[in-house]
Design a protein around this ligand. Structure first.
Ligand code: FE
Length: 172
């Protein structure tokens, strides 16, 4: 009798082990799928005709066609009020005024971005090796980041004024 029950017990434990393991696996799989889904949901997707309707001609040219405003012409180049600079395409918070500084380059410059707000891409256009910066939510073109910024990061986020909307801390 004992000879029969031993393999049966083994079979039972093995079945339980496989069951528990597969539950754990499917739970992990669901978590990964959920994370992927959340990342997809985080992005703002619009068709080109929808972007054309929601942006001005100048915003469309810079945000969606990677244009650049002329140096020293942007409304935020010499702007130093306290507040937050949001994406002009989707409202995503991009830069804090505390990180803005006078770089003299002709465009608004920041030494840091709000964590997770921007994405970096290699840009070899116009025979230059640069790092392009886009909004992490709507993928709108913002500008470029360079390694000649001040402390503490040593970075210079050189951003088009047109790509941003300033939100003042003094809401009256
Ligand atoms: Fe955006």
């Amino acid at each position: 009798m004992k000879l029969i029950s031993l393999p049966y017990n083994l079979f039972f434990f093995l079945t339980m082990f496989v069951y528990v393991f597969s539950c754990q696996y499917s739970q992990n799989k669901n978590e990964i799928l959920l994370n992927k889904k959340q990342n997809i949901l985080k992005k703002m997707k619009k068709t080109e005709s929808e972007w054309r309707k929601s942006l001005t001609d100048q915003e469309y040219k810079i945000l969606r066609e990677k244009g650049t405003e002329r140096a020293f012409t942007g409304q935020y180049d010499g702007h130093f009020e306290k507040g937050v600079y949001n994406c002009a395409g989707c409202g995503n918070q991009l830069f804090e005024s505390e990180t803005k500084y006078r770089s003299g380059c002709g465009w608004p410059a920041f030494y840091d971005a709000i964590p997770g707000a921007v994405e970096e891409h290699k840009d070899n256009s116009f025979g230059m090796k640069r790092i392009e910066i886009t909004c992490s939510k709507c993928d709108g073109h913002l500008g470029h980041v360079f390694n000649d910024g001040p402390k503490p990061t040593g970075l210079r986020y050189c951003i088009n004024s047109v790509s941003m909307d300033f939100e003042s801390n003094n809401k009256e």
